[in-house]
Ligand binder design. Structure first.
Ligand code: DLZ
Length: 158
């Protein structure tokens, strides 16, 4: 829904809209699959809870987080796709791989969102340890998949 300048003062981005006709793409990395599955379930359940139709939620997996960008583009390029949610878990290792992956994904999915003018949500959990990742996948810091879905819905309200 477009927001006109006249009603901008009344506009509240946190107001959730009717998403029953909206199409969502979930792109989920296979690396750290046991955790990304929990993120994905959290995102999926949240979309349903807010009124999305299960038939309108498409889930694709990619090998690792680095491929989230291209996976997002594959989905975002479809005109009927309204929002894409990227989910992955990158754990710091002995090398700088995590830095490269995280920066590439952050920049990549930003570009995809701008190119197709639709929300492409950064649901990447980037932690030092596996335990910290679990803390963010249903643990003491919530579920980042849930937050990513909420962000997608909120952005569709613009
Ligand atoms: C190679 C790699 C490494 C070392 N670590 C992770 C990780 O923690 N999380 C993740 O999602 N993916 C990782 N990958 C895989 C890369 O994202 C990518 O799939 C490969 O480099 C192939 O392009």
């Amino acid at each position: 829904m477009a927001t006109s300048l006249q009603n901008l003062s009344e506009y509240d981005a946190s107001t959730f809209i009717d998403i029953s006709e909206k199409r969502f793409g979930l792109v989920v990395a296979d690396w750290n699959r046991e955790i990304t599955d929990v993120l994905s379930a959290g995102a999926y359940d949240t979309l349903l809870k807010h009124g999305a139709n299960a038939d309108n939620i498409y889930r694709n997996t990619v090998p690792g987080s680095f491929e989230l960008t291209l996976g997002a583009q594959f989905l975002a390029q479809h005109e009927e796709m309204d929002a894409v949610i990227c989910l992955g878990v990158v754990i710091q290792g002995e090398t700088k791989h995590d830095d490269y992956i995280c920066h590439a994904v952050a920049q990549g999915i930003t570009q995809v969102g701008l190119k197709f003018n639709k929300p492409v949500i950064f649901g990447l959990v980037t932690t030092n340890t596996l335990e910290q990742a679990w803390d963010r996948a249903g643990g003491k810091h919530g579920n980042k998949g849930v937050e990513a879905a909420v962000a997608a819905i909120q952005m569709l309200g613009f």
